[in-house]
Design a protein around this ligand. Sequence first.
Ligand code: NAD
Length: 269
Amino acid sequence: MIKGSTELVAIVGSPIAQVKSPENFNTWFSNNGRNLAMLPIDLHPTALDAFLGSLRGWRNLRGCVVTVPYKQAFAACLDGLSERAAALASVNVVRRESDGRLVGDNVDGAGFLGAARKHGFHPAGKRALVIGCGGVGSAIAYALGEAGAAQVTLSDPDAARAGALGELLGKAFPALAIAIEFAALEGFDLLVNASPVGMGGTGELPLPAAMLATLQPPTHVADVVTSPEITPLLQRARQHGCSIQTGPEMAFAQLGHLGAFMGVTPLEI
Ligand code: NAD
């Protein structure tokens, strides 16, 4: 129950009704006897500046999770950013310091790799294909670079996005080999769909069927799409004998990273 003494965190986006974080965090707070609660906030874009001002002065609010469409807009307005959030120009979590300063981080990539490690995928020295170079694909590719991957291949129909991400990765990780072309899927240790393709039961695949026919069992195949849980790509990968990782696994693995940054949960929950 929310009391006068309850400290708050929030999740802000628009729309917001579909997000799972409030039930996940509030269940954890309740099961662990914490006097904390998460509020969902559906923010109109014209209210963004006023909202950030309110956050700075909101003394019983520890922080907020940031989701679509505000990850980039928040990053441009905060008082401090982690190195990775600054490089990606995108945040998905904000902490309110005791003096009211707002600092941000982006834990999309950390959550993804946390879920991948549970499948025995360890990125150091590995070769990865990242399909989709938007917000989430960039965060995953950056996390792979931070974790010492040997090679990352980038694929996006928007060539400028793939090019910009390649440039960012090249500057941040000089030892990382970066490619934007591939003829087959053999040889990749990781294939991740970080595009929305397959979302909402459309049945679409993010790569042509002929390309997917070259999948081999050693490749760990992951999807960031949360619904359906088993996307057409993951179905195909399973048929080829690959280990698979779902979007909900990534979302769940992020909870501890989000909570720990706001100071309301341990890293492992
Ligand atoms: P975005 O719009 O920033 O980027 C999507 C990118 O995919 C774009 O660059 C687009 O050009 C590219 N794309 C579209 N079709 C493609 C194709 N056929 N092949 C390759 N690239 C293609 O979106 P985002 O914020 O990066 O979100 C991507 C997905 O991640 C969404 O479905 C979102 O729901 C999901 N997501 C999952 C989690 C999680 O925890 N599982 C967290 C955040 C977002």
